[in-house]
Design a protein around this ligand. Structure first.
Ligand code: GAR
Length: 202
C-alpha cells in the first residue's frame, strides 16, 4: 500500500514525536510512514527516540550557516532528497520563512499547545504558552493542530481539543496535562487524516 512519507522536525525532548512513532506502530497511523527526523538542536533527545525506531535522522543547526536562508535551504534539500510528502513540526522551535512554507504549501502541519487564536504567535512557544495561560487566568486551554503558512500559528486549523485548568496548576503540570490529554492524541490523528487526503489527491 502506498504511504505518505513524513518528516518530523524537532528541537527538544520529542514526546510528540514519540506519540507519532507509537501511533504508527499501533496502526493508528496507517497511511503514513515517518521517514526522517530533522533536529535543529544537537543532542536533542528526540533524535534518540527516532534512532530507537530505526528512523533516519539529520541535525541541521542555524549557526553553522551564514544566513537563515541557507539554514532553511539545507532543510529543504534534506526533505527533497528523501521525497518527503508531509512535514510535521513537533516542538520545532524555529520560525519558517514564507519561502519555506510556499515550497511545501499545504504540506506542513504544526502542533501548538493552546487553543489558537489564544496564546499563540511570535514568542509563544513551549512552557511560555502555559505560563501566559495561567497568568491570564483562563479556565480552559488545550492544543491545536494546524497547517503552517507564513504567519506564525496562522494557518488553517485541522483539529483542536480543550483541556481544563485545575487549581494548583504550574506551567509544568499544565504542559504535561495538555500533552497527555490533547497533543499526543490530536497530532497522530491529524497526520492520519491529512495523509489520507494527500493519498486521494495523488
Ligand atoms: C509541545 O508542547 C509543543 O506543542 C510545543 O512544544 C512542545 C514540544 O514538546 N510547541 C510549540 O510551542 C510550538 N509553537 P516535545 O518536544 O516533547 O514534543
Amino acid at each position: 500500500m502506498k504511504k505518505i512519507k513524513v518528516a518530523v522536525l524537532v528541537s527538544g525532548g520529542g514526546t510528540n514525536l514519540q506519540a507519532i512513532l507509537d501511533a504508527e506502530k499501533d496502526g493508528i497511523i496507517a497511511n503514513a510512514n515517518v521517514d526522517l527526523v530533522i533536529s535543529n538542536k544537537a543532542g536533542a533527545y528526540a533524535l534518540e527516540r527516532a534512532k530507537n525506531y530505526g528512523v533516519a535522522t539529520k541535525t541541521i543547526i542555524k549557526k553553522n550557516f551564514e544566513s537563515a536562508e541557507a539554514f532553511e535551504d539545507a532543510i529543504i534539500d534534506a526533505l527533497k532528497e528523501r521525497n518527503i510528502d508531509l512535514i510535521v513540526l513537533a516542538g520545532f522551535m524555529s520560525i519558517l520563512s514564507k519561502k519555506f512554507t510556499d515550497t511545501f504549501k499545504d504540506r506542513i502541519i504544526n502542533v501548538h499547545p493552546s487553543l489558537i487564536p489564544s496564546f499563540c504567535g511570535d514568542g509563544f512557544y513551549g512552557l511560555k504558552v502555559h505560563e501566559k495561560a495561567l497568568e491570564y487566568g483562563v479556565k480552559v486551554t488545550g492544543a491545536t493542530v494546524h497547517f503552517v503558512n507564513e504567519i506564525t500559528d496562522g494557518g488553517t486549523i485541522i483539529a483542536q481539543k480543550a483541556v481544563e485548568i485545575q487549581l494548583g496548576d504550574t506551567p509544568e503540570i499544565l504542559q504535561k496535562r495538555v500533552m497527555e490529554e490533547a497533543e499526543w492524541i490530536l497530532l497522530p490523528q491529524a497526520i492520519e487524516e491529512v495523509s489520507k487526503d494527500l493519498l486521494l489527491a495523488k
